[in-house]
Write a new protein. Structure first.
Ligand code: C2E
Ligand code: MG
Ligand code: MG
Ligand code: MG
Length: 291
């Protein structure tokens, strides 16, 4: 009824929501300037092999250091950047930054096996994407397999008919794809057969409940079994406890990322970890505290 509608409309404008809307509006304006004014920073979160705690790579994670409001997390500004059509420029900036950093480490003799870069659907499905990626990798003189791309299931849906072509171009280039937040989307599993798709990242929401939740335990076990039979590697996200670590290792998951091993850290700190690992004769660095 009209009366109900009126009430709903009225109830919509709580002071809290007005404050949120104001913040969003102010941030939207500032976001346009953030790239020019160099307010973005990249952190790197290491991932480790369950087998021997070897550092297998890292994921690049973006932070916006707002001059007045402090650090703003990607969950808040990435959707805004998508709305504004800025995400392509941000993702390109991230990729160039990562390639330059990898190139610098290569020249210092601390070769990182792999850095994962998150790519938004809008840019990944753009016709210029693969060419841009190729030229950024070549310009920086790094090996293509040192870059991995993280996309979500909904990105594959958005790509539609172009999926096969994009994926085979990436495979030819030597850039592997990880399916991020695996299990949270709603799509067919057919894309898991595409040659460029080499990793599944089990979403943190399934890892959280381990090992107590019988449902989460079954889901994770099934994901790992399916991935292994398809020849895909599994990376568990958001590993925070020893018990989660033990469970995941027990069901045959190969790799983990989470606060248990390391929070996202600055490039210079990751460089330090890489240097320690590269020292001949020195025992492998154990990011996992001995249990
Ligand atoms: P994601 O790719 O799934 O990244 C994992 C998120 O989980 C990161 O949050 C990371 O800091 C957090 N995390 C890692 N380990 C743990 C843990 O043990 N416990 C908990 N509670 N959290 C953990 P972050 O950095 O806030 O990133 C959030 C999302 O923003 C990312 O999810 C990704 O989708 C997006 N994002 C981040 N950087 C970029 C970027 O450069 N470009 C694009 N397009 N998206 C990005
Ligand atoms: Mg990711
Ligand atoms: Mg994820
Ligand atoms: Mg494959």
């Amino acid at each position: 009824s009209a009366k109900q509608e009126e009430r709903n409309t009225y109830r919509f404008y709580t002071p809290r929501m007005r404050a949120d809307a104001n913040r969003r509006l102010l941030l939207l304006t500032d976001l346009r300037r953030a790239l020019e004014e160099n307010q973005f920073q990249l952190l790197y979160q290491p991932s480790i092999a369950f087998e021997n705690n070897e550092l297998l790579g890292a994921e690049a994670l973006l932070r916006w250091h707002h001059p007045e409001r402090g650090y703003i997390m990607p969950s808040e500004f990435v959707p805004m950047a998508e709305t504004l059509g800025l995400i392509r420029h941000i993702d390109e900036w991230v990729l160039d930054r990562v390639c330059r950093q990898v190139s610098q480490w290569n020249s210092e003799g601390v070769k990182i096996p792999r850095v994962a870069v998150n790519i938004s659907a809008g840019w990944f499905s753009h016709p210029d994407f693969v060419q841009q990626l190729t030229s950024t990798i070549e310009r920086n003189g790094i090996e293509a397999h040192q870059i991995m791309l993280e996309i979500t299931e909904s990105t594959i849906l958005q790509l539609g008919d172009a999926t096969r072509q994009t994926m085979s171009s990436l495979h030819e280039l030597g850039v592997a794809i990880a399916i991020d937040d695996f299990g949270t989307g709603y799509s067919s599993l057919a894309y898991l057969k595409l040659p460029a798709v080499a990793y599944l990242k089990v979403d943190r929401s399934f890892v959280d409940g381990l090992p107590e939740s019988a449902e989460d335990a079954s889901i994770v076990q099934a994901m790992v079994a399916m991935a292994r039979s398809l020849g895909l590697a599994v990376i568990a996200e958001g590993v925070e406890t020893e018990a989660q670590h033990e469970f995941l290792r027990g069901v045959g998951c190969e790799e983990g990322q989470g606060y248990l091993y390391s929070r996202p850290i600055e490039a210079k700190n990751l460089g330090e970890l890489l240097r320690q690992e590269a020292k001949p004769g020195v025992a492998r660095l154990s990011l996992v505290p001995p249990s």
